[in-house]
Design a protein around this ligand. Structure first.
Ligand code: CMP
Length: 232
């Protein structure tokens, strides 16, 4: 009998697009063919430019996907948590890894080699549809991020980033939505695409207005409506 942690892991993994179209039996078979990987906080799983031979599903913990410009500046594309998949671009569009994956917290993952992914996709058309759906979602989100970089100011982007992290990692409590993002101020700034100073100023302004409470590596959203409006 699986214990409660194993049941929780199972529930998270089955949210991933590779699994979401599968019945219990196929899901268990797929899981058996995946290799568990552990990464400790701060360590790099792979680097932008590396050759990619497998994709990953997050079971527990958080990872960041980032790119570095020629002059050394870093930009974060996404923060991933349980049930999210990454590392598939270099498989479907053969080429080097498009981003560096680093653990933000200690994390556990499952990995599946490219040849096995191809096997599953060709045998289970519904799995391909789920993967296409996830890629389409990501493109939609990337378009939005691009539009925000052009049309929104930094406070608007900060509000949006908090809401996005809140949707995925937030826990509603009596005093508000606790968003334990686990990011440093520098990482939050890299995610928003602005300097640390400007992002801190926006956060301090939100806190001053009573919309959020700032905690180390977390934000508690006290006035969701105002924050939503600011991020629109
Ligand atoms: P791959 O290029 O193999 O390795 C880096 C991974 O980061 C990539 O596959 C995707 O899974 C993921 N990735 C790349 N760009 C984005 C993005 N804009 N948003 C979210 N994830 C991304």
């Amino acid at each position: 009998m699986p214990n409660s942690k194993e049941r929780n892991d199972e529930a998270e993994v089955r949210k991933a697009p590779l699994f979401s179209a599968l019945d219990d039996e196929s899901s268990a078979t797929l899981r058996e063919s995946m290799i568990p990987v552990k990464v400790s906080k701060g360590s790099t799983l792979f680097k932008e430019g590396d050759a990619g031979d497998r994709l990953y599903v997050v079971v527990e913990g958080k990872l960041k996907l980032g790119t570095t410009s020629a002059d050394g500046r870093e930009n974060l594309l996404s923060i991933l948590g349980p049930g999210e998949m990454f590392g598939e671009l270099s498989l479907f569009d053969p080429g080097p890894r498009t981003a560096t994956a680093t653990a933000v917290t200690d994390a556990r993952l499952l990995s599946l080699s490219n040849d096995k992914v191809i096997g599953w996709v060709t045998q289970h058309p519904k799995v391909s549809l789920q993967l296409l759906g996830r890629l389409a979602q990501r493109l939609r989100r990337s378009n939005e991020v691009l539009a925000d970089l052009v049309f929104s100011d930094v406070p608007g982007r900060v509000a949006k980033a908090i809401m996005d992290l809140g949707n995925r990692f937030g826990v509603q409590k009596d005093d508000g939505l606790h968003v334990n993002h686990d990011l440093t101020q520098e990482e939050l700034a890299q995610l928003v695409g602005a300097s640390r100073e400007t992002v801190n100023k926006a956060l301090a302004d939100f806190a001053g207005r009573g919309w959020v409470r700032l905690e180390p590596r977390a934000v508690v959203v006290l006035d969701l409506e105002r924050l939503l409006k600011r991020g629109r």
